[in-house]
Design a protein around this ligand. Structure first.
Ligand code: ATP
Ligand code: MG
Length: 545
């Protein structure tokens, strides 16, 4: 695979460390918490971590950060693995923070023995109330000076299940006056009588993220622990745990700015809420900004990787226009999608001077001529889109109109004859200009408009699902709840496609000419063809030159 992450400050650090001999093999990890499906924000982290693995011929582990037993489950684990593979990455080892619970417990015991951790009886509220703030130092816990023996006994009792949830914690003994509040004797273990999806009932105490993470990184020999900017203030604690638990020199934590996209929810917690309240049809609803949702919608994985490469890696938070992602999708599909003619809202076009069937041959994809040609049939009766005929045309209307001519894509030029209602439906009559198809002597006649059409004798019906953003475009900071759009999904029945489309299979991408990009939906069958709209043809995004 090509390098997908362009040079950035993380790679600068790695280059320096490789040059100085500080590291020899680069090892990264992607550490999702299995409490939801991955979203487009995670693809940035995936591209960075796996991009580094590829660029430096290093390793990248998939580590499930499963230290929160009440929110995690196997469905999420499986979805995360599927989505990473779909995006095009393969991890070296599949690991679980919970596999390290014994080792993490040992580290805690060693900290107690070294006089660097103590059991505290204060409640979460008391701990928070005595932590101080940016201008005031915290107050020492009354249990801070317990003896090593007492701490060892109490911690063992915590583990043995003697104490109720929330009644005792293990805290690192650092500095209650530290200017960094994360260093004011942070809790590193809590009592939680909960069944863990991976370790069952073995534990009733669980390590906190800030404690488990550096130890997990250390155990795996991670060299660069790459995370998002909100952990910058936690880095001193990361380093404290790393050093005091004996991982020296150990991994280096590097922070980057998380991806934010306009009109896009980027939080598993809120995405879960949408699923739970039934606002969408599950985590893989094509409107969801999850990787599963994007796959079902029809966003190609290479387009997402391309997008991640283009947004780059920086240390300042910002919001990227969702139109840029759509631009990448369009650019990829323009080259890679098959072409087909579809009429969304059909009206009949009767060609008075045509009888008998004819066949034309047009490119499956003009961007990839090597794919060859497809057959499209043509006859006395066609369908065209209702929007492509007007008996009261506005200025510059270059489609079919009274006394006008239009080119039928891939076939003849036709000239209007008449129109009227037949059996309650609008029917337009026209005549073909003989020899006006490609290669014919009249093909060069100047007509301004070209429209798509299908043969009424053998076209196939299809259902089109069209999608809008889940959120409105308000940028004044209202809650997601208030910004949810009620009409983000439209189902269009009654469209018709050229006959060859009957053979489509789920997950095939198309450009429906003059309409946009579509993908055959996962639930499409030959008896009931269904497509999802991926993106329209129009591009509102202007890439920088
Ligand atoms: P969420 O708030 O949506 O649950 P998270 O950060 O808690 O996200 P994790 O499962 O902990 O989700 O994330 C796994 C990795 O993906 C972490 O390294 C995290 O920093 C990264 N990540 C999560 N969201 C983004 C984002 N929007 N942009 C870039 N990286 C992200
Ligand atoms: Mg998280």
């Amino acid at each position: 695979m090509d390098e997908i992450v362009s040079s950035n400050f993380i790679e600068d650090i790695i280059n320096e460390e490789l040059a100085s001999g500080k590291v020899s093999e680069v090892v990264t990890r992607f550490p999702p918490e299995p409490n939801g499906y991955l979203h487009v924000g995670h693809s940035k982290s995936l591209c960075i971590n796996f991009g580094i693995k590829e660029k430096y011929h290093g390793r990248c582990n998939l580590r499930f950060d499963d230290t929160n037993p009440t929110k995690e489950n196997m469905e999420y684990v499986e979805s995360i693995k599927r989505d990473i593979r779909w995006l095009g990455f393969e991890w070296d080892e599949e690991l679980y923070a919970s596999d390290y619970f014994d080792k993490i417990y040992e580290c805690a015991v060693q900290l107690i023995k070294d006089g660097k951790a103590y059991v505290c009886d204060m409640s979460a509220e008391e701990i928070s109330a005595t932590r101080g703030n940016l201008t005031t130092p915290g107050i020492n816990s009354p249990h801070r000076d317990r003896s090593v023996e007492e701490n060892l006994r109490l911690f063992e009792e915590m583990r043995a299940g003697k104490y109720a949830d929330g009644t005792k914690t293990l805290r690192a003994k650092i500095d209650m006056a530290s200017p960094n509040i994360n260093m004011r004797d942070p809790v590193i273990y809590r009592v939680l009588h909960a069944n863990h999806w991976h370790t069952g009932d073995k534990w009733c105490i669980y390590p906190m993220y800030d404690f488990a993470h550096p130890i997990s990184d250390g155990i795996e020999g991670i060299t660069h622990s790459i995370c998002t900017l909100e952990f910058e203030d936690h880095r001193p604690l990361y380093d404290w745990v790393k050093i005091n638990c004996g991982f020296i020199p150990g991994p280096r934590q590097i922070e980057f700015a998380r991806l934010n996209l306009t009109r896009t929810i980027m939080s598993k917690r809120y995405l879960k809420k949408l699923v739970d309240m039934g606002a969408v049809d599950g985590w893989d609803d094509p409107r969801m900004p999850t990787l599963s949702g994007m796959r079902e919608r029809g966003y190609p994985a290479p387009a997402l990787r391309d997008f991640c490469g283009r947004i780059g890696v920086a240390k300042a938070n910002s919001e990227v226009d969702a139109a840029m992602l759509e631009h990448c999708v369009r650019e990829y599909l323009n080259v890679n999608a098959l072409r087909a003619m579809v009429v969304r809202n059909p009206i009949k076009l009767v060609l008075d001077n045509v009888d008998g069937a004819q066949v034309f041959h047009v490119a499956k994809n003009p961007m990839q001529p090597e794919l060859g040609l497809r057959e499209i049939s043509f006859s006395h009766e066609l369908y065209i889109d209702a929007a492509d005929f007007s008996d009261n045309p506005p200025p510059k209307y270059f489609r079919l109109k009274p006394d006008g001519m239009v080119r039928l894509m891939g076939a003849y030029i036709v000239k209007y004859v008449s129109h009227g209602m037949e059996d309650g439906k609008l029917v337009v009559h026209a005549e073909i200009i003989p020899d006006s198809a490609e290669g014919g002597v009249n093909a060069g006649i100047k007509v301004k408009g070209t429209i798509q059409w299908v043969d009424a004798n053998n076209c196939v019906p299809l259902t089109i699902r069209e999608y809008d953003y889940l959120l409105d475009d308000d940028t004044t900071g209202r809650d997601f709840d208030e910004r949810l759009m009620t009409n983000s999904k439209t189902v269009v029945e009654g469209a018709v496609a050229e006959a060859g489309f009957a053979a489509t299979v789920p997950y095939t991408h198309y450009q429906f000419v003059r309409m946009g990009y579509y993908m055959t939906a996962k639930d499409s069958t030959p008896a009931h063809l269904v497509v999802n709209q991926v993106v329209g043809l129009k591009d509102s995004f202007k890439p920088k030159k």
